[in-house]
Design a protein around this ligand. Sequence first.
Ligand SMILES: Nc1ncnc2c1ncn2[C@@H]1O[C@H](COP(=O)(O)OP(=O)(O)O)[C@@H](O)[C@H]1O
Ligand SMILES: O=P(O)(O)OC[C@H](O)CO
Length: 576
Amino acid sequence: MTEGKNLPNSSADVPFRSKELRKQSLIQHTGLVGVIDEGTKTIGFSIYTTPDFKEIAAHRVELSVITPQDGWYEQDPLEIMASINKCAEEAIKQLPDQGFSASDISTVGITNQRETTIVWDAVTGKPLYNALVWKDIRTSSTVEQILAKVQDPNHFRNSTGLPISTYFSALKIRWLKDNVPEVRRACRENRCKAGTVDSWIVWNLTNGALHITDVTNASRTLLMNLETQNWDPVLLKTFAIKEEMLPTIRSCSEIFGKITSERSVLRGMTLSGILGNQQASLLGQMCVKPGQTKNTYRSGCFLLCNTGDKPVFSRHGLLTTVAYKLGPHAPTIYAIEGAVSVAGHALSWLQQKVRLLPDSRDAEKYAEMVPTSGDVYFVPAFTGLYAPYWRQNARGIIIGLTQFTRKNHIVRAALESICFQTRDILECMHQECGYEINKLHADGKLTTNNLLMQLQADTAGLPVFRSQLMDSTAFGAAMCAAQADGINLCKFEPEKRYYENVHYDTFLPTTTDLERKERYGKWKRAVERSLGWVIKQKNTREHSEENYRMLSSLPASIFLISSFAMLVHSLAATAH
Ligand SMILES: Nc1ncnc2c1ncn2[C@@H]1O[C@H](COP(=O)(O)OP(=O)(O)O)[C@@H](O)[C@H]1O
Ligand SMILES: O=P(O)(O)OC[C@H](O)CO
């Protein structure tokens, strides 16, 4: 936990400041819901009233990231648990001021950063290694090994909806098995458990009684078959992962069990919701109809478009994923997703590494001091590019610098890069799903930046609806836990809730088609220049892709070589 980095409670609209006020309220509350929101950068615990879903207490802390090498991102699993416990304690301390107490919390939900993988010893309960964070690219060599077997990065797309990439948990588990002796030993002795962060949290909160995950998190492992929603035997075999290590896959909303950990102030409470944080914000944004699309702007950007009860498979680099399943017998709703690895992280980089910004929150002020980015383009491909490019060999570039370029232009270009990357994905979504996406729902910390929202509308040519509920993620997870069968704090009535509680600021496009086309064309040229920069890592997927391309053109190569041999032979024959 980062000392002194407790973050302010963001519940801007605290409804009940005292018991008296609470009594005066007309709303008949049915109980409170607590949400553990475990993000890459921030961990929080929020408490909501039901059925009106007002956040009445919250505590957040920043989580440290360990970067032992370039492209390696780790987090301490013990710090994750300590932070969750601390946040829950602090949030619960705020309840009496609102006229509530801990015993009013009827249930708890979890939402978490996805793909990030933890392995632990089932006997001691201790982690066997740090968590490998979703954006860690150390598994490039593992990707290469797998590609050597299956050749095509899209080999598992039909079964999982995902390409073979460093991003997903299967690669991380396999890397840990191959490279960490303690993990290998624990696997041999059948003591090794593996899972995404939700599983680690549940295991700890239930003293090892439950090893579960939900279908949204499972759909990001590259091990779950989208059709059966079970671990796929072919994939387990390909990645040499034993099913016994993995959690049982459950729905997002059902009574999972009780919290029993004596370390947690939540002891005795029920757990009834789990879902990945991007799926939670899709739900929190009430994108429940096919075609409804949201983008969450945080360290990364994650655009999800609801595709209803049918998975849509991508031909252009988008991921097919489970959006939610609100009960064991509820239908599975799918989404198509475009993930951007570096969004707000580019601003943190400008702040912490190059010191162009005193704070990432100042980005708006700095960028507003110039009317345009002065033709500067910033492609923040720090660890390659995710959707729709999926190129590990890309690296960041800032292009178009002149002697007139000031730091403000670069900051503005960083903001624009977030918008252009979003447009890249929107274009794909349109081609892939055929949905006419006519507005974009926006949430996440970065959306406090008004200029970013306006630039997004101007870049995409779409109205942007910014949720006033900045934390749609926790809100979505709260609804999910509250509506579980047996908890019944609310019915899931998206249309109703949508208008009652969630208010939006709208940003309308102010650019012409021509302007957008021109600027987007330049962005594409900049992206083109960032690709293929890493050539020394012959260990990478691109290398295998190169091999694959060479292999695919093998008949042509054989033809050329044999023609050359015949020519040499005939020349030699003529000479004699
Ligand atoms: N007010 C703000 N203006 C601009 N950027 C912000 C603001 N607040 C946070 N950020 C950016 O958002 C990212 C962190 O968002 P957060 O939701 O805490 O992270 P995470 O998605 O990693 O859990 C950081 O990369 C930071 O640069
Ligand atoms: O915690 P965030 O907002 O960076 O979300 C991370 C994503 O879930 C990774 O896929």
